[in-house]
Design a protein around this ligand. Structure first.
Ligand SMILES: [Zn+2]
Length: 381
């Protein structure tokens, strides 16, 4: 196939043996032996955080450093073929322009808006969590319905594109809020044109989120056949993040951290991994729409690891083309961005070239040769 691009847009897509007349000043790039892939959507990312085996500690790094981390991540995402990133949580930090505390990723979104080399991002603001769940004071805590509603409203006032609720509570067997409390947030957000997503590590929180009508569940590590059936009926998205467990398993060899290297730690991770794969499998069989993400920064993956998650989805039972859809068009549907994850005539030239065929082999996505939207770096003075 041949693709003609002009001014950042796809003019036509034709068979290479039947291109017709080319414009006189056309610059031909010989992409022989590669596959054209739509720019991917990392639907679960944390652009201001670096990831790695100390990912939690890094959240407390100074804001100026985290803004530099974001620039590095922006570079890594682009080179890995990721055009869109959905940021599902960044630390609160004082904005020097007005002294107000707000989610750091909002500033990154502003910085990147006009830079063609940077990913397009949609930002959830910070995490909204019950107290006693996540330490460090980097997020908004809300312990009852009114506080939860106020936190949601503050996030939207700050400019969040959507909301992120943390549906794991201080006690594993109890959801942090009632279904009515969460439903009130969903109604508030929908009334203001914003969606609501929820972190879900355990079944009890997933139930509350789905009953309350959240638009998507992140991770969904503990779903059952009832919850996935309801998700399919309601059109609730699942955003899978299975590669987290591959990453943790690799830390058994590359770190000395007891939670990864001890027999007990390895066993616990293997158990949770099996359960998480089973959840995705159930959701897939029930017809739930599955988008996918790395959880880089908020978890241990790095910003250029989305291929790992596509591989994990294939392991969970999706066909390679379905797993690629999760990392492209499904992510676009979740974002409500019709251009994201597609290559169409008249649309933006957001595609990249890999070696191998990702429709049969997801590992081809690691072998990025060229990214259409990245312009050459500017030369020095
Ligand atoms: Zn996350």
């Amino acid at each position: 196939m041949s693709v003609l691009v002009d001014a950042g847009h796809v003019v036509w897509i034709r068979s290479s043996s039947d291109e017709g007349a080319l414009p006189p000043d056309v610059h031909v790039i010989d992409a022989g032996g590669s596959t054209i892939v739509p720019g991917m959507v990392d639907a679960h990312s944390h652009v201001t955080l670096p990831g790695g085996s100390h990912w939690i500690d890094r959240g407390a790094d100074p804001p100026e450093e985290l803004l530099e981390v974001a620039e590095h991540n922006g570079d890594l995402l682009g080179r890995a073929g990721v055009r869109w990133a959905r940021d599902v949580g960044s630390p609160l930090a004082v904005d020097p322009r007005d002294g107000q505390k707000r989610a750091l990723a909002l500033r990154v979104r502003e910085r990147w808006r006009l830079d063609p080399n940077r990913p397009r991002i949609r930002v959830a603001g910070t995490w909204i969590s019950h107290s006693g769940v996540i330490t460090g004071g980097l997020l908004i805590e809300a312990d009852d319905g009114p506080a939860l509603l106020k936190a949601a409203s503050t996030q939207l006032d700050d400019g969040a594109d959507f909301l992120k609720l943390y549906l794991d509570g201080p006690k594993k067997e109890e959801a942090p809020w009632s279904t009515d409390d969460v439903r009130a947030v969903v109604e508030l957000a929908h009334g203001r044109g914003a969606k609501v997503t929820a972190h879900s590590g355990f079944l009890v929180g997933a139930r509350v989120g789905i009953d309350a009508g959240v638009d998507s569940l992140e991770h969904g590590f503990e779903l059952d056949s009832d919850t996935v059936a309801q998700m399919a009926r309601q059109g609730t998205f699942l955003v899978s993040t299975l590669a987290i467990f591959r990453s943790w398993a690799s830390f058994a060899q590359t770190t000395t951290l007891p939670r990864f290297v001890s027999d007990e730690g390895k066993e616990r991770i293997a158990r949770r991994r099996e359960r998480a794969i089973e959840s995705v499998r159930l959701a897939y069989r029930a017809g739930v729409r599955i988008a996918t993400g790395t959880d880089f920064g908020g978890g241990s993956l790095r910003a250029n690891h989305l291929a790992w998650e596509v591989e994990a989805l294939v392991e969970a039972g999706l066909q390679p083309w379905e797993a690629l859809s999760s990392a492209t068009v499904r992510g676009g549907e979740l974002l409500g961005e019709p251009d994201a994850g597609r290559i169409v005539e008249g649309g933006p030239a957001y595609f990249f070239l890999v070696h191998g065929d990702p429709l049969t082999d997801p590992s081809a996505l690691w072998r990025v040769w060229r990214v259409a939207w990245l312009t050459a770096p500017r030369r020095g003075p």
